[in-house]
Ligand binder design. Structure first.
Ligand code: DOR
Ligand code: ZN
Length: 435
């Protein structure tokens, strides 16, 4: 049984109600039992949250934890600790592991292993196609029974329209939503960065915007034609926002971005080198402006990470040989604060909504993304003021491939509470030592 916890004097963020309020929170037996001003309880362990924002734990729809097969890059444990440091009380791990998560036995084993880790709730996406190869459908019913909460072939895009059309219909029997990585690989083949002036000057083959846009256009129409719930992850282009705006409200569509696509462009590639090699590639200013407009309008309703840890060896060597991916789980939230709150694109409440309530709603979790009496105590406390520098040496993640090293940021999560247990305090993992 966990101890009683009293969070005092914080500014509470209620993303479902779109309001802030001053108040205290009492947690007993892993559940929020009271929310009101001036709670006193001499038996409770007190967290002084004055000057901090206190809200429902952040839910991240896109991380890579690399188990099974890629344990040198990340494990469930190191990933879960990184999530806790990042303020995330739930994360969705992508299935492009080795082997990929198309097998219910493996999913079951991972679910059991994840349940034993206290730091965050790790959820799993199952593969859309066997082996994420795009040839035939995976077994959605068995995957759902094993515990997957969504379907994705992330890391690659489903080439066959027919397969995706059938998958969109079939998955509805199991209530599983789709998370789509959109990239026409005939168009992106051999590309290493955004196709434009910088790729031309550096002499690298480029990945054109239309590789993403053409797939999004097709799949919006497939979603419209089948009634499937379809989420487009890591949007990077201006046109992707235009397309989604056109069909907003006409199908069950949603979308997310990553922090790096809002803060870096192709022009940063010469300076950052392999650390800036990522899929989709870093684009241009006008794409960033369009993505921000989409976020402000609510067309992009979810903020995720695409946390993609790699070993140093995988990121070393020539730009053309290096792996795609950025490790960012521990800095995702302050990066969004910089890109969106400090720039006046959205306010704190809307930021919290896109980091908790909206992703929880997408996954159908009534118990998450809401701060209310009777709900499970998954809570994040954030310091909106203090600036700290990004230091990859302090990452819990094995992935040190982060292009934001040395950036001075504010808006860091300072406490993470999962099921009434404090797992991160003052930006450090505290497994059972706190409260
Ligand atoms: O840069 C990326 N890395 N983009 C993806 O879509 C996959 C990811 C990975 O798995 O490393
Ligand atoms: Zn992807």
């Amino acid at each position: 049984m966990t101890r009683k916890i009293l969070i005092r004097r914080g500014t509470l963020v209620l993303p479902d109600k779109k309001t802030l309020m001053d108040g205290d929170i009492l947690i007993e037996g892993g559940v929020i039992t009271r929310i009101e001003k001036g709670i006193l309880d001499p038996q409770a362990c007190v967290i002084d949250a004055s000057g901090f924002l206190v809200g429902p734990g952040f839910v991240n729809l896109h991380v890579h934890f690399r188990e099974p097969g890629g344990e040198a890059k990340e494990t469930l444990e190191t990933g879960a600790k990184a999530a806790a440091r990042g303020g995330f009380t739930a994360v969705l791990a992508m299935p492009n592991t080795s082997p990929p998560l198309d097998n219910p036995i493996i999913v079951q084993a991972l679910v059991l292993k994840a349940q034993r880790l206290p730091f965050t709730r790790i959820l799993f996406a199952g593969a859309i196609s066997r082996g994420c190869q795009g040839g035939e459908m995976a077994e959605y019913g068995l995957l759902k029974e094993a515990g997957v909460v969504a379907l994705s072939d992330d890391g690659t895009s489903v080439e066959s329209s027919r397969l995706l059309y059938l998958a969109f219909q079939y998955a509805q029997y199991f209530g599983l939503p789709f998370i789509l990585h959109e990239e026409d690989e005939e168009l992106s083949r051999d590309g290493h960065m955004h196709e434009g002036t910088t790729s031309f000057l550096l002499g690298y083959k480029g990945i054109p915007r239309v590789a993403e846009d053409s797939r999004i256009a097709r799949d919006i129409l497939l979603a419209l034609g089948t009634g499937a719930r379809v989420h487009f992850t890591h949007l990077s282009t201006e046109m992707s926002v235009t397309l989604l705006r056109l069909f907003k409200g006409k199908a069950l569509l949603s979308a997310d971005v990553t922090p790096h696509h809002l803060l870096l462009t192709a022009e940063d590639v010469p300076r950052l080198g392999n650390l800036a090699k990522v899929k989709p590639p870093l684009r241009e200013r006008r794409d960033i402006e369009a993505l921000k407009a989409g976020i402000a309008e609510g067309i992009i309703d979810i903020l995720a990470s695409d946390h993609a840890p790699h070993t140093l060896e995988d990121k070393e060597g020539s730009f053309t040989d290096a792996a795609f991916g950025i490790s960012n789980l521990e800095v995702t939230v302050p990066l969004y604060v910089k890109a969106l709150v400090e720039e006046g694109v959205i306010d704190w409440i809307e930021l919290w909504r896109k980091l908790s309530y909206n992703p929880a709603q997408f996954l159908g979790f009534e118990d998450k993304g809401v701060l209310a009496e009777g709900k499970t105590a998954d809570i994040t406390i954030l310091d909106p003021q203090t600036e700290w520098e990004v230091d990859v040496a302090q990452f819990e993640s094995k992935g040190k491939n982060c292009p934001f090293q040395g950036w001075s940021l504010r808006g860091w999560p300072v406490y993470t509470i999962v099921g009434g247990r404090v797992v991160m305090a003052e930006r450090r993992i505290v497994d059972g030592e706190f409260c």
